[in-house]
Ligand binder design. Structure first.
Ligand code: ZN
Ligand code: ZN
Length: 421
């Protein structure tokens, strides 16, 4: 791993690095194929990056780039003035249209940079109803994304509200500049040839997944402060990391940045307790110091220092919301972790830390999973839910053993680092 986060290339201008980030989003993130449509979503504050991405997408041969902007003031207006029944409504027509476009071959690009506590003061009941309505309406499109029917990626933009959360002691313009520096470094666009840098990084992640796939562990055992968790892996699970070949044959990097290798836990074989090591920012609610207890894969008790009510409502979304859909390993020394920053943003914080996700599993993390029916996936232990929420359980105090099929424990990570690096 390099040391880019500590030495951002100050000599390279902001405009230059924004251009490189847009290039990485289109060429590495999407791997855009000439003639493909692009559907982009973005906060209005990310307009400069959106314009650069649009430029690079057309240069790469996009047939049409359509961007749907969101605005936080408008979101808040709904909570302030919206009718009571407004919170069970979602733009089903929009998500259905997205699903139709993905089926017709469109690529999906999300620019994220939301205020981590936008909805902190709002009624948790309304927040969870709105989340639920949105999750339900988004399901057809999300299934195509989660199944990699098309190529997709998520990149970040520094917005004022997010920057103020990460750097609360700086004036807003300084905070925004610092957050951009962190985004550029983590997204590996400080190097003169970021596309080559990404090829090298992808190769490194893929050599780690090869080792884990050869081991084919039955379970992982986590120990650390507040944590003693035996996490069974799905039958026929496959570790993934770095770039992915989507079903349309296009190689994409779904997350910019990405540092994780991840697979599917067994939905019925998780036992013990685990404590979160970083705050989780979930749709505007900050959920801190989560402590949960698992029995036979199911969360039977959940506490949190803040956001406990929202957390418990999330767990009640459906049966699968109490079970795990992803397990991911990230060494404590990863560049995002070494920045020492807490981003209050899952895309960054999950890539600074080993994590698990509640809810929906990725079928591509089961060998041949793309061709299996829902029943066949479930029989291997793959979970199903309306939600997929990553939360961080890694730190420099966590040890992880791989448990072989015959029950032997092999040291996999010690104090947050790979044992064989
Ligand atoms: Zn993950
Ligand atoms: Zn995840």
């Amino acid at each position: 791993m390099n040391d880019q986060l500590r030495n951002p290339t100050a000599a390279t201008s902001h405009a230059n690095r924004l251009d490189r980030l847009a290039q990485v989003a289109v060429q590495v993130g999407l791997g855009l194929r000439p003639g493909q449509e692009v559907i982009m979503t973005a906060p209005v504050e990310a307009i400069a990056l959106v314009r650069k991405i649009t430029e690079h997408a057309y240069k790469a041969g996009a047939s049409l780039v359509t961007t749907i902007f969101s605005d936080e003031e408008s979101t808040l207006a709904r909570y302030r003035y919206g009718r009571e029944d407004s919170f069970d409504t979602a733009s089903a027509w929009l998500y259905q249209g997205m699903a139709d476009a993905f089926k017709a071959g469109a690529a999906r690009l999300a620019v994220v940079g939301e205020d981590p506590s936008l909805l902190a003061e709002e009624d948790p009941e309304k927040v969870s109803r709105a989340n639920r309505a949105r999750s339900k309406a988004y399901m057809p499109a999300l299934n195509l994304i989660a199944g990699f029917d098309t190529n997709w990626t998520i990149v970040s933009a520094a917005t004022p509200a997010w920057a103020r959360t990460v750097f609360p002691n700086d004036p807003e313009d300084v905070a925004v500049a610092k957050l951009w520096d962190a985004i550029f470094a983590a997204s590996r666009v400080d190097a003169p040839d970021p596309v080559a840098e990404w090829q090298r990084h992808n190769a490194e992640l893929q050599s780690r997944t090869r080792i884990l796939n050869e081991k084919n562990y039955a379970a992982l055992h986590y120990t650390g402060p507040g944590t003693d968790l035996r996490l069974g892996l799905a039958d026929g699970h496959e570790w993934n990391g770095g770039s992915t070949k989507a079903k349309n044959g296009i190689v994409c990097n779904a997350n910019i940045p990405t540092e994780e290798v991840f697979t599917t836990p067994h939905k019925d074989r998780v036992d013990g307790y685990v404590r979160s090591t970083k705050p989780l920012s979930y749709n505007g609610t900050l959920i801190q110091d989560i402590e949960v207890k698992f029995e036979a894969g199911r969360i039977v008790d959940a506490k949190a220092r803040t956001g406990e009510e929202v957390l418990n409502k999330v767990l009640d979304t459906d049966e699968g919301a109490r079970r795990l859909g992803e397990v991911a390993l990230v060494p404590f020394s990863s560049p995002i972790s070494r920045s020492g920053l807490l981003f209050f943003n899952t895309l960054f914080d999950e890539n600074a830390s080993s994590h698990i996700a509640l809810g929906q599993a990725y079928s591509k993390c089961i060998r041949g999973g793309g061709d299996l029916t829902e029943e066949e996936l479930a029989a291997r232990g793959s979970n199903k839910s309306l939600i997929h929420i990553d939360w961080m359980i890694g730190s420099d105090k966590i040890d992880i053993d791989g448990i072989t099929a015959d029950g032997r424990a092999e040291p996999l990570m010690r104090k947050g680092e790979w044992v064989n690096s």
